[in-house]
Design a protein around this ligand. Sequence first.
Ligand SMILES: Cc1cc2nc3c(=O)[nH]c(=O)nc-3n(C[C@H](O)[C@H](O)[C@H](O)COP(=O)(O)OP(=O)(O)OC[C@H]3O[C@@H](n4cnc5c(N)ncnc54)[C@H](O)[C@@H]3O)c2cc1C
Ligand SMILES: NC(=O)c1ccc[n+]([C@@H]2O[C@H](COP(=O)([O-])OP(=O)(O)OC[C@H]3O[C@@H](n4cnc5c(N)ncnc54)[C@H](OP(=O)(O)O)[C@@H]3O)[C@@H](O)[C@H]2O)c1
Length: 448
Amino acid sequence: MKQRIAVIGVGPSGITALKNLVDQGLEVVAFDRNSEVGGNWIYSDEESHSSVFETTHIISSKTLSQYADFTFDDFDPTVSDYPSHDELRNYFQAYANKFNLYQFIQFDTLVVHCELLDKGTWEVTIEKGGVRKAERFSQLVVCNGHHWKPRYPDYPGEFTGEFIHSHNFKKAAPFAGKRVLVIGGGNSACDVAVETSRVSAKTAISWRRGYRIVPKFFFGKPTDVVAEGTKWLPIKIRTLFSQILLRIMLGDNKLYGLRPITNNFGSLHPTINDELLHKIRHGKVKPRLDIKRFEGKKVIFEDGKEEEFDTIVACTGYWLSHPFFDKNLINYSDGPVPLWLKMFHPTISNLYFIGMFQPLGCIWPGAELQSKLMAQELGGKWKRPENIAALCQKEMADPHYKQINTPRHTITVDFHLFVKELKQHLPKNYLSKVSMAKRQEKELNHSQ
Ligand SMILES: Cc1cc2nc3c(=O)[nH]c(=O)nc-3n(C[C@H](O)[C@H](O)[C@H](O)COP(=O)(O)OP(=O)(O)OC[C@H]3O[C@@H](n4cnc5c(N)ncnc54)[C@H](O)[C@@H]3O)c2cc1C
Ligand SMILES: NC(=O)c1ccc[n+]([C@@H]2O[C@H](COP(=O)([O-])OP(=O)(O)OC[C@H]3O[C@@H](n4cnc5c(N)ncnc54)[C@H](OP(=O)(O)O)[C@@H]3O)[C@@H](O)[C@H]2O)c1
């Protein structure tokens, strides 16, 4: 069939996929169940796709969290080092406006099913206003995000208080005066514990292992900016450097009553938080061990400690989920994820995943480079290697970081190495600021 490309989702990954495909003069339609651009960064009081809460600020600094084609300086140079969800939503919407993307997006449209027909065409079933219809596409680009489907923990016994997931945590106010237990040691858990501790009667945090809590600033600079200075070093040395620096700055976890650290930096997704350790040392957040079982409102911990809580917030992460695929075609929920450069499928050559990786760093600059590579291929300017299946296996066998085997650690990349790997396949002038200016000039000439 004639080339016609479908993009699922217009969050930070989908908009850059769309922009770069349009730049190549390709016919593209993007679908999103939301009614605006921004994905996870469209905060709402109500249950929605988004998992951010009222006070969320990013954990990667703006310097390392910008599109090369549209930087924060191009958007608003006054944005803070760690922008809020609102500032980011505005940034993503400004990107979509700047590159005239809205005309290619069908909002309030849920992609229900994607089927690969015999001749390699995709049949995409969409639903809008309760009406379903199927459309055919030559290529499918998946940008549906991977932090929206809550993964719940399971413990013996029954907890009779309120039990929610961080996906449903919107603001601290409803927890005023309550006894709150937060489960997890990731970024959601630490943010939620800090926020509830401002208003709760008591906040405790339960960890099943020891985590390093990385501050947002070192020497007055954002942590990732400082770390960037060592990006030319092998990962092993960088890891050692980070461990030593953190140890000097923060001391041992036991000083805070926290579980000891037993893993190397990078073997877990990093937790970045400036306030948790402060709250612990001010008695506002109480460290707890793993949960053994529930008895009504009582929680019994690993060390036998028993304590009552009104609310538990499980900050236990998210499933990788693609509900629009038949499970026998694509199912990455239980890992592993064999995709070369986290985007090319070993056998289905007209299927791309953009932004489905977990960097030690920010997602959208990498998604932008993935998009450029995809657009180069679909624009006929780059050819993929023939041994994709072998490359997928190699990437899985030789990950950037050897991580612990828990569900969240199946798609990790090192930000700097990943960027380097993607750039190796792109032409020198991969930035499309110039081509964009030309396109706008052409459009202007047409309209005159
Ligand atoms: C609290 C929180 C903080 C975070 N902080 C950071 C950070 O500091 N730095 C960072 O890099 N990452 C962070 N992340 C990770 C986050 O996933 C990325 O920032 C980013 O949102 C990924 O963009 P995306 O476009 O891939 O996915 P999303 O932002 O999730 O967007 C996916 C889009 O696809 C649409 N969609 C999904 N399914 C369908 C369907 N079936 N049909 C139609 N449309 C569909 C959704 O409506 C949505 O608009 C954070 C995540 C959370 C939860
Ligand atoms: N401010 C921000 O920018 C911000 C805020 C929140 C989230 N995020 C991002 O959003 C993404 C998701 O983060 P997240 O914190 O929601 O999830 P996450 O990174 O998957 O962390 C989940 C945590 O829960 C633990 N856990 C999982 N199952 C458990 C169980 N059954 N019992 C006890 N503990 C369990 C995990 O332990 P293991 O260590 O054993 O895996 C881990 O500590 C990440 O990319 C994160 O960086 C960013």
